[in-house]
Design a protein around this ligand. Structure first.
Ligand code: ADP
Ligand code: MG
Length: 261
């Protein structure tokens, strides 16, 4: 469903030059969830932004559902691929009601029967019709993220790019939203890329994952290998220790395995 080959993204020039993504390649079969993990700043969001068309200055090859993508995306692309961001408050317009937030993509794409679509998608994300005319500030963090997921789903895409979708939420709410994402994936036969800095989230959600450090993939592994605590690269083992209860002493001993800037 998704193929990324030798993706590179460079920001800035001279002293400000940052090689944010280095030769990243992976494939995601239809109906599976692929995890991208790594510390903050390792290039995970930059990979998703290049894929979703938010950043046109990448090189390499990206193909989605058999189509190779150029730097610009057409309208049809967004009927196939949608993105969900970490911060639902920042990504929802504060002065628009849930109804208007969900109506917008429907009118851009001129889809029929918007009322039915909005009712259905709200029900699917576990929010009843009562939520339709609320504003984002009248919702809890978890409810806001459910609205962001509803907005991503309303065009009935095949792929969701999820950038730390639960990192801003309390732990109990995190689990609810992750379970919702699992249910929706089964219901619609979706393919996911899930970005997270948390290996336990990825271990719960993904089939395969790539571990990123300083813009490069240091290891790709199946979730079984992760669960049996058998990752090969020392950087992955470090991340694992850090995810198992945020062992501060372990984090302080972190070594840098990156290629350097
Ligand atoms: P992650 O999502 O893994 O935390 P990012 O992909 O956001 O990491 O960032 C990777 C690197 O690219 C970081 O060094 C970040 O500062 C840099 N970066 C990201 N976006 C930009 C940008 N628009 N301009 C300049 N540098 C950027
Ligand atoms: Mg990020």
């Amino acid at each position: 469903m998704i193929e990324v080959e030798k993706l590179n993204v460079v920001f800035g020039e001279g002293e400000d030059r940052v090689h944010a993504v280095r030769d990243v390649s992976f494939r995601v079969p239809e109906g599976t969830t692929f995890g991208l993990v790594g510390e903050s700043g390792s290039g995970k969001s930059t990979v998703l932004r290049a894929m979703s068309g938010l950043n046109p200055t990448w090189t390499g090859r990206i193909s989605v559902a058999g189509r190779t993508l150029g730097p610009k995306r057409d309208k049809a692309f967004y009927k196939t691929v949608q993105m969900v961001f970490q911060d639902p408050y920042g990504s929802l317009h504060p002065r628009h009601t849930v109804d208007r937030i969900l109506m917008e993509p429907l009118s851009i794409h001129r889809l029929d029967d918007p009322e039915t679509r909005i009712d259905r998608v709200l029900r699917e994300v576990g929010l009843g019709p009562d939520f339709r005319f609320r504003y984002p500030h009248q919702l809890s963090g978890g409810q806001r993220q459910r609205v962001a997921v509803a907005r991503a789903l309303i065009l009935e895409p095949k792929i969701l790019l999820l950038d730390e979708p639960t990192s801003a939420l309390d732990v109990s709410v995190q689990a609810e939203v992750l379970n919702l994402l699992q249910r929706l994936k089964k219901l619609h036969g979706l393919t996911y890329i899930l970005v997270s800095h948390d290996l336990s989230v990825v271990g719960h959600m993904c089939d395969d994952l790539a571990v990123m450090n300083r813009g490069a993939v240091v290891e790709e592994l199946s979730v079984e290998r992760l669960r049996s605590h058998a990752p090969e690269h020392p950087y992955t083992r470090q991340l694992m220790v850090a995810s198992l209860g945020y062992d501060r002493a372990a984090v302080d001993k972190f070594e840098d395995f990156g290629p350097g800037n």
